[in-house]
Ligand binder design. Structure first.
Ligand code: ADP
Length: 499
């Protein structure tokens, strides 16, 4: 579909490089999606718990959707800038001379470095790591994957030490390719997910490099999240466009949700949930299993965020559909949940892969409690939806306590945020309004805002004004009932985690 009224510099293009697909979205000055192209790529599961991707395929597919959207909007003359947002922590290594990947990309979900994390924890390294990075020693984060790679392939370590190899998260890999192999860059929001970046100095850290055995020569230069990096060529009439914005997907969503002031927070309800709160201009000291991370860097200003993650949220609904065959589609859960008054005392702890914030209990497993002869599939479905909200409350409580900031409102997005029952229950359970964004594409919007800011396509005031709530859900449940339901959840989790 050609973009109807393309005029010069009409749009910013966001590249949304996700875990399962590559997307390109053209966003116009009013924040509307004017064109979109999306393609999936292949995941590889070479062993239980291992997840890989083909970095060359990621680039090919990402470039294809970019060029498709560029043609749709009328080529470079219509595009003010390009912004990138990406799956975080996934790491790529490639040959500096040929640009060819030297190993499959090791994906954030991959658990292969669990043993390395155990070893480093046993050596007493975690407090230093946590103090410097705001993260935890977990296979999730990139550096432990790099340590694994060097231990498995000593020849790659030699290449790294000789300066023949480059490392990057997926943003770096895309930037390298978009610059024709000329620039090796990343931004602080992505760097702060590697375990190699010191939140306090804003740079790669020698102690961390030594701990993980990483030569500095491998690492990209860190540039602001919003700022001109270089120009790249686009199809559709030729011409060059500035690549001018970069942020990890959850930080981009925080920006796209307009959470530009301290205390503003968003929760994304997808396969899992990611709740991020703008923590202002100083690195927060996270406790209660929260992470501290860079939200973005614009000009000389760095904004930090507190982050909590739920591993299984919408995935519990998928399990009801695919594992149990209880439902045919995720969408029907809303009516089913509403068809009963409550869960009849049923609690569902969907700890299929352990529990994240605030528990970080990798060995916890799922559980359903309170079953009676009267329990129906509607009760189970409702309990699964409520579990998403209970887990979010766990994080929200931790965040308020840890930050000392109140949480007056929660902004929400993601696939499961289409469920009105879930959002009403979430509002009831938190006792605050929950506002669903009118534009579902908050991640891409965030990346385009960062790029558009850098080239003067928008200013900050315009960006804040663009955000509109599609619907706000307000708390209606009496406090005594809310707390009694939440205590029931805590009892179920405590039983499961033995905490
Ligand atoms: P991701 O980006 O993690 O792939 P999405 O934001 O696309 O996830 O959301 C998909 C998830 O949301 C799936 O796990 C699905 O089960 C869940 N989901 C989608 N629609 C609904 C709904 N109406 N009610 C509850 N869950 C839903």
């Amino acid at each position: 579909m050609p973009y109807p009224d393309a005029v010069k510099n009409d749009v910013v293009i966001a590249l949304d490089q996700g875990t399962t697909s590559c997307r390109a979205l053209a966003v116009d000055h009013r924040g509307r999606v004017a064109a979109l192209a999306q393609e999936e790529f292949t995941p590889f599961y070479p062993r239980p718990g291992w997840v890989e991707q083909d970095a060359a395929e990621i680039w090919t597919v990402q470039n294809r959707v970019l060029q498709k959207v560029a043609r749709q909007v009328g080529g470079a003359a219509s595009v003010a800038a390009i912004g990138i947002t990406n799956q975080r922590e996934t790491m790529v290594v490639w040959d500096r001379a040929t640009g060819q990947p030297l190993h499959p990309a090791i994906v954030w979900q991959c658990r292969r470095s669990a043993g390395i994390c155990e070893r480093l924890k046993a050596s007493g390294a975690e407090p230093m790591v946590r103090q410097k990075t705001g993260l935890l020693l977990d296979p999730y984060f990139s550096a432990t994957k790099l340590t694994w790679l060097f231990e498995a392939f000593p020849d790659l370590r030699a290449k790294a030490e000789n300066g023949e190899m480059l490392f990057g998260t997926v943003d770096s890999w895309l930037l390298w390719n978009l610059s024709g192999g000329k620039r090796h860059l990343t931004d602080p929001s992505n760097a702060s997910r590697t375990l190699l970046y010191n939140l306090h100095t804003g740079d790669w850290d020698d102690d961390l490099l030594a701990l993980f055995g990483v030569p500095r020569a491998l690492l990209p230069e860190i540039v602001p999240s919003s700022g001109r990096c270089f120009d790249t060529a686009l199809d559709g009439g030729g011409g060059m466009v500035a690549v001018a914005g970069v942020a990890g997907d959850q930080q981009a969503a925080l920006f796209g949700q307009g959470c530009l002031s301290p205390g503003q927070a968003k929760n994304t309800y997808g396969t899992g949930c990611f709740l991020l709160m703008n923590a202002g201009n100083a690195p927060p000291t996270p406790d209660q299993g929260l992470l501290a991370t860079v939200a973005w860097q614009i000009g000389g200003e760095t904004v930090y965020a507190l982050e909590g993650s739920v591993f299984v949220a919408g995935a519990a609904i998928q399990w009801l559909r695919d594992g149990l065959g209880l439902i045919r589609s995720a969408a029907e859960t809303e009516a089913l949940a509403r068809s009963v008054e409550g869960t009849g005392g049923v609690y569902f702890v969907p700890a299929f892969t352990g529990l994240g914030t605030p528990y970080w209990e990798p060995n916890a497993r799922g559980m359903i409690t309170g079953l009676t002869r009267g329990t129906t599939r509607a009760h189970l479905v409702r309990a699964a939806l409520e579990a998403i909200a209970f887990q979010t409350r766990d994080i929200a409580d931790a965040m308020v306590q840890s930050s000392g900031l109140p949480l007056p409102l929660l902004r929400v997005d993601g696939g499961a945020a289409q469920n009105d029952f879930l959002l009403q229950f979430q509002s009831d359970l938190l006792g605050i309004p929950v506002a669903r964004s009118a534009i579902g594409e908050t991640t891409a919007l965030g990346a385009s805002f960062l790029a558009g800011l850098a080239v003067g396509f928008w200013d900050k005031g315009e960006i804040a004004a663009l955000r509109q709530a599609d619907q706000t859900f307000r708390p209606a449940m009496p406090e005594a009932e809310r707390e009694s339901q939440y205590r029931g959840w805590q009892r179920a989790v405590r039983y499961q985690c033995r905490v």
